[in-house]
Design a binder for this molecule. Sequence first.
Ligand code: ADP
Ligand code: MG
Length: 255
Amino acid sequence: TAAAPDLLETRDVSVSFGGFKAVDRVSLNVKEGSITGLIGPNGAGKSTLFNAIVGEQACDSGSIRFRGKEIGGLTPDGVYHHGLARTFQIPKPFAAMSVFENLMLAAPDQPGEHFWVPVVARRRIDRRESEIAERAREVLAFTTLESVAEEAAGQLSGGQQKLLELARVLMSTPKMIMLDEPAAGVNPTLTRVLIEKIEQLNADGCTFLVIEHDMDLVMRHCHTIVAMSNGRIIYEGDAAGAQSNETLLNAYLGA
Ligand code: ADP
Ligand code: MG
């Protein structure tokens, strides 16, 4: 709703590669509880903006606030620990490891990370490991990946790898998830599963920012739409307005 506060807020964020401005003074607001769609032609700067928000790409300037706190300049790990998670346009699982192992590795605060573990702490770590395994089984069930739990992640179909991307971020309890083209190359059946899961998580209070090319999906499932072209935001509003926006139409035709 209009009264909901902004969960994520960027102010005048710019990113350049050499002399080229991939993201040009972008001020984006994502309302708490929303599913916000980020659209725009290829090369508009959408993925670069994602990278900047999660600390994978340094910004030239600007501020990024999440839950009212400045997160610009944090490492990707730091951002993740604040409850902001993202998936990649190209899935990046540990290909040789099983789906289950990929989920175990995605859990925050891994036990046994330190090379020396006092014997007295061992029991607590074992308990923590079994909690993570239990969470992994829940996430497998939720994302309908149970049947491929023991398969090498690299052997999954493209669509299953996209689901695994979502599953990996669900190993933490993110307040907000940013998805980069979750439905691209995914068959209609798995796309339906993916949408159903996103809407279920959203109903439970998780906010989404989703880069997606399928206009039909965006129009039907996003509450707010933000469009970028040439590094700039050119539209922010509802689906109906986006469909009849001439600047937006021209950006796609010109691409
Ligand atoms: P989108 O996700 O909207 O398709 P990107 O953010 O991937 O667009 O890319 C925006 C522009 O920035 C493109 O012109 C792309 O070639 C360029 N770009 C992206 N990443 C890099 C990089 N690491 N080095 C140089 N140019 C890049
Ligand atoms: Mg992209």
